[in-house]
Design a protein around this ligand. Structure first.
Ligand code: CAA
Length: 379
């Protein structure tokens, strides 16, 4: 399969690269240290059209292409993984509406998201249901023209700051995964409560929330897809979003690699730059090869999403699996390259190593990616 970036995609990437290096990179260490959501960077992304990337022009956006979303996420993650989630999770929420929404829903819900006036998020996991997503307990009861949602969602990235939240809930517990609905909650109309913000190892500038829904009323017109189609929508959305986590992992790895390469050219030991030692050179050769391989897989998966290829589920899972394992290995090796300096917060690679870890866990653990890949092979 051939895939090439268009002139327009390259122009978007270059614009983001410049903006990120100028405005995001200098903030990255502070965002991590203070564990504070960078609302200023969200505004910067909104003003520069970055939050419009997940949406086609017909719905107020500028692209809608998974390849372009991945290019944006990769560029941002090279400097700041927390900030890259502003685009990645916005796209995750957007995918649900774009994939499963009616024309009326897309026209109504997407433009305020594309303008960056509202941020989207996606609420699937629960305290007792992570990998086994179909075991959710959150209930949605139909009451006339509304649904009433009750339950608790766990580990919801941006659940505390998003204004638009896609929530999955059981409408018919007897029907198992065929009794789950997908609902778009708009905070003003259907307010949810933030019970807890987690303290995390990495991506510390991206709030991860436990959300509580106490009889939250949602208009029936905000249900995505048909009755009982919510679980399939949830999985189909993850298929489309997982290349973005691969792109995030790729960006984190590239950022750490670039830093370590420059560092080892300068760092003198035994009277020479440590980059002159073969032990270091072979590590760089391995890392560059792994990064290049991951990049091919991530953009192949994103291309398959854009082309609605029949094997997109498998390739998206492969991209997320490979790129996140690669990022963990590369960032760990970059810390090693810097020795004691790699282990302290004055240098960015320890942050990048901490940030890389989550890419092996969220949007489905890598063990779940292997289940998805194997099932698609054996079907
Ligand atoms: N797309 C659409 N439908 C799909 C599908 C897909 N990729 N995969 C399966 N289905 C359908 C099946 O056809 C089946 O439908 P029928 O019964 O009508 O035929 C139905 O879904 C159930 O399929 P399975 O029996 O395979 O489902 P399962 O219960 O065994 O679970 C799973 C499958 C792959 C393990 C799934 O539960 C899963 O992906 N778990 C991981 C969840 C996850 O990724 N969570 C991440 C949370 S979001 C997040 O992390 C975001 C963030 O913070 C940034």
């Amino acid at each position: 399969m051939n895939f090439e970036f268009s002139e327009e995609q390259l122009a978007i990437r270059d614009t983001i690269r410049e903006l990120v290096q100028e405005r995001v990179a200098p903030r990255a260490a502070e965002i991590d240290e203070k564990a504070e959501y960078p609302a200023d960077i969200q505004r910067l992304f909104a003003e520069n059209g970055i939050l419009a990337i997940p949406f086609p022009e017909a719905y107020g956006g500028i692209s809608g292409s998974s390849v372009t979303i991945c290019m944006g996420i990769e560029e941002i993650a090279r400097a700041c993984a927390s900030s890259s989630l502003i685009l990645a999770v916005h796209a995750l929420g957007a995918y649900a509406v774009l994939f499963a929404g009616s024309e009326e829903q897309k026209k109504r819900i997407c433009p305020p998201l594309a303008s960056g006036n509202r941020l989207a998020a996606y609420a699937l996991s629960e305290p007792g249901s992570g990998s086994d997503a179909a075991a959710m307990k959150t209930r949605a009861r139909r009451l006339g023209d509304e649904y009433v949602i009750s339950g608790t969602k766990q580990f919801i990235t941006h659940g505390s700051i998003a204004e638009t939240l896609v929530v999955f809930a059981q409408t018919d517990p007897e029907a198992g995964h065929r009794g789950i609905g997908a609902f778009v909650l708009e905070r003003e109309q259907s307010p949810w409560q933030v019970a807890k913000i987690e303290h995390k190892l990495g991506i510390r500038g991206s709030p991860t929330a436990q959300l509580v829904f106490e009889e939250v009323r949602v208009p029936a017109r905000n249900r995505l897809g048909g009755d009982g189609q919510g679980f399939k929508i949830a999985l189909a959305v993850l298929d489309r979003s997982r290349p973005g986590i691969g792109a995030q992992a790729l960006g984190i790895a590239q950022g750490a690699f670039d830093y370590a390469l420059a560092y080892t050219r300068e760092r003198q030991q035994f009277g020479q730059a440590i980059a002159s030692f073969q032990g270091i050179q072979w590590m760089f050769a391995d890392m560059a090869t792994q990064i290049a391989a991951a990049r091919q897989l991530v953009y192949l998966a994103a291309t398959k999403v854009d082309q609605k290829a029949p094997d997109l589920t498998r390739v998206a899972a492969m991209a997320k699996l490979f790129a996140s394992d690669m990022a963990m290995k590369v960032t760990t090796d970059c810390v090693q390259m810097l020795g004691g300096y790699g282990y302290i917060q004055d240098y960015p690679v320890e942050r990048m190593m901490r940030d890389a870890k989550i890419t092996q866990i969220y949007e489905g653990t890598n063990q779940i990616q292997k289940v998805v890949i194997a099932r698609s092979l054996l079907r």
